[in-house]
Design a protein around this ligand. Structure first.
Ligand code: UDP
Length: 245
């Protein structure tokens, strides 16, 4: 039997294809069930190992998906393969498509004001069936209760939280209890890509699983963050060896 979750360094990843995952989320929306989605990459997994509070936030998530080829490779290494990556950006696009079809409402939270405005404009243009329940840029006072109240009153079906890691998970974790419904999903820098402010890797690079390399070339300042990748691989392989020994 295929298990529903694959545990990688203690993080339970949902064993699903992107298509099935979208269908699952649509079911939650139809039933108005509150849902917290984390799209986790190796950086998130490694952070959870050293930050207990962050680990507890991940434990609150309804689903954690494999964002990135690193997670898919790690699953193969431990002998519990995941079918494919289910990345934040791709999930956001598919959810917008689903929202368009079902006339669902969407709240956009995060990024700089111009990026956010461009994102909302493009979303309305490309997905005319969606209802924009509201939007707010990602630079706000976390102690101000006005924003959560605004979201609570709007009661959107989907809330895209583009505050970057680990902020987006921290914000959702800290606020989700006060909402009655909605799919809350952290999607990193997706508004920057969607609005055209940052270019995504060409499809060819994505197919070859070299998106991370493209981002590194385009934003060399990210190199330090990428050091976590070999550490992640070494930890996965190390733990596997320990289990066998
Ligand atoms: N961001 C935000 N609020 C903040 C910090 C960042 O809304 O306090 C936004 C930023 O403008 C960008 C996104 O979060 O659109 C992703 O930022 P970053 O590249 O730091 O995150 P990651 O790539 O780790 O998800």
């Amino acid at each position: 039997m295929i298990s529903k979750f694959v545990h990688i360094l203690g993080v339970p990843f949902i064993n699903t294809t992107q298509k099935d995952f979208i269908a699952t989320l649509e079911t939650h929306v139809a039933k108005q069930e509150k849902t917290f989605v984390v799209t986790a990459n190796p950086e998130i997994v490694m952070h959870s190992l050293k930050d207990e509070t962050y680990k507890q936030i991940l434990a609150k998530a309804t689903y954690i998906t494999a964002d990135g080829i690193g997670i898919v490779k790690a699953a193969a290494i431990i002998g519990e393969p995941l079918p494919e990556r289910v990345s934040g950006y791709d999930v956001m696009l598919d959810l917008l498509e689903a929202a368009n079809k079902n006339h669902s409402s969407v709240f956009f939270l995060g990024a700089a004001e111009e990026v956010l405005q461009a994102t909302v404009k493009k979303a309305k243009q490309d997905y005319p069936g969606i209802k924009v329940a509201g939007s707010h840029n990602g630079f706000f006072d976390w102690n101000d209760h006005q924003l959560p109240q605004q979201i609570k009153n709007a009661a959107p079906d989907f809330v895209f939280v583009a505050l970057g890691f680990p902020r987006q998970e921290q914000w959702i974790g800290a606020n989700i209890d006060q909402f009655d419904k909605g799919v809350f999903i952290g999607i990193g820098g997706s508004f920057d890509v969607f609005s055209g402010s940052v270019k995504r890797a060409p499809e060819m690079w994505q197919k070859m699983n070299l998106e991370w390399f493209y981002r590194l070339v385009k934003q060399p300042s990210r190199w330090k963050r990428m050091l976590v990748l070999p550490k992640f691989a070494a930890t996965v392989i190390g733990r596997k060896a320990l289990r066998k020994g």
